[in-house]
Ligand binder design. Structure first.
Ligand SMILES: [Ca+2]
Ligand SMILES: [Ca+2]
Ligand SMILES: [Ca+2]
Length: 181
């Protein structure tokens, strides 16, 4: 297992563990949902806020199903990394086990729910991860493989696959959660 993959998984776990207590759990997912809905400007109780909260709920359910191996309702960094290793060791492991986690991330980035992610939506999504606007724009250009000025669900799904599975430091998907140094 490469350093790069370990670093990306550690980053992903750190983002999930919103209250930094060393465990990812359902309350972290709710906290993140409220933060992201706020940063998108969705008022509490609005359909937009509901979409964001649902997406985090679905993401948490997918992670817990695959990685909460001792069933205590929370996932440690060790369980997360072990879960990633196990999934990737299986044939077609990523496709089988990760689709349930990919869709919610796409739902999050597509904040108006029209099926594509515009540059404006992308900047908001990246802002939630602390990415500067200049970096967000540069990453957008890399991920927009067909150059039509929008990120399709297929383009985002490909980037997520790279993030979680590729050891190649040149894959654009490495930066989907902000520029990886
Ligand atoms: Ca936590
Ligand atoms: Ca959209
Ligand atoms: Ca595109």
């Amino acid at each position: 297992m490469t350093d790069l993959l370990e670093r990306k998984w550690a980053l992903s776990f750190a983002q999930l563990d919103a209250n930094r207590d060393g465990f990812a759990d359902e309350s972290d997912a709710r906290t993140l949902g409220r933060l992201v809905a706020d940063s998108y400007g969705h008022p509490e109780g609005s359909p937009g806020a509901g979409r964001v909260l649902d997406a985090f709920q679905n993401l948490w359910a997918a992670i817990a199903a695959g990685m909460d191996t001792d069933g205590d309702g929370r996932v440690t960094a060790e369980e997360f990394v072990a879960g990633m290793r196990t999934v990737l060791a299986l044939e077609s492991g990523y496709d089988t086990h990760f689709q349930a986690a990919v869709d919610p991330v796409l739902d999050l980035a597509d904040s108006d729910g029209d099926g594509v992610v515009t540059l404006g939506e992308w900047r908001l999504f990246q802002q939630a991860y602390g990415t500067s606007p200049a970096d967000a724009d540069a990453i957008f250009e890399l991920l927009d493989v067909n150059g039509d000025g929008e990120l399709s669900r297929a383009e985002l799904a490909a980037a997520l696959r790279d993030f979680y599975t590729s050891s190649d430091p040149d894959r654009p998907g490495n930066h989907i959660y902000g520029r990886l140094s």
